[in-house]
Write a protein that binds this ligand. Structure first.
Ligand code: SAH
Ligand code: MG
Length: 189
């Protein structure tokens, strides 16, 4: 795991922060989560961490970048977790996933979060939870006026918009936690 953390940091791959992943794995343990869908595998770091909580846990994780996908496959094999984790290469907005999950973890392109949420809520078990990462976007959502780059500003606006979407949602109630880079926990009302 240290090696994966190092690799991610050297290659600018935004894997979950330490307190974020600790929260997530504890949540899985405490709530007896068994079926997980992850949007955004990167190199398989969070998927391996979650799978290691219990050998009964199964994970489907989607990654659209082929280089990262290959890296994820290799890392998952190194940990001997290939029976627990299925990695799908593709754009999560175009992938069809069957079945229901106890936890859906959204950790991919920030501009698409509403779309991921709307698409994958159909795959959420009745008592399931959707957890979204990076809702503070490295603190930038609190400081939008100080951002110079137009593109970055637009992206930060999208995240603020996603938070608003969650706050106003009639179907789901969301708790926002200041953990890692900001986490949202959404459950059906
Ligand atoms: N969950 C990982 C980090 C994911 S980083 C961890 O904590 O270890 C976000 C990843 O989402 C990137 O690798 C990016 O390529 C991928 N991604 C972005 N948009 C996507 C999409 N539409 N479908 C699938 N993967 C996507
Ligand atoms: Mg993230």
């Amino acid at each position: 795991m240290d090696r994966l953390e190092e690799y991610a940091s050297e290659n600018n791959i935004p894997i979950m922060q330490k307190d974020g992943i600790l929260f997530l794995t504890n949540y899985i343990k405490t709530n007896d989560v068994k079926r997980i869908l992850e949007i955004g595998s990167a190199i398989g770091y969070s998927a391996c961490k979650m799978a290691l909580v219990d050998e009964d846990i199964s994970i489907v994780t989607i990654e659209k970048d082929e280089v990262r996908y290959n890296e994820a496959i290799k890392n998952i094999r190194d940990f001997g977790l290939e029976k627990q984790i299925e990695v799908i290469l593709g754009d999560a907005l175009e992938t069809k996933i069957e079945g229901l999950f106890d936890l859906i973890f959204i950790d991919a392109a920030k501009a698409q979060y509403i779309k991921f949420f709307e698409k994958y809520k159909a795959n959420l078990a009745d008592n399931g939870v959707i957890i979204s990462d990076n809702l503070n976007f490295h603190g930038l959502t609190l400081n939008i006026d100080s951002i110079q780059s137009k593109n970055l500003k637009a992206l930060v606006r999208k995240i603020i918009n996603y938070k608003k979407f969650l706050m106003d949602n009639k179907e789901f109630h969301t708790e926002f936690l200041e953990i890692g880079d900001g986490i949202g926990i959404s459950k059906r009302i």
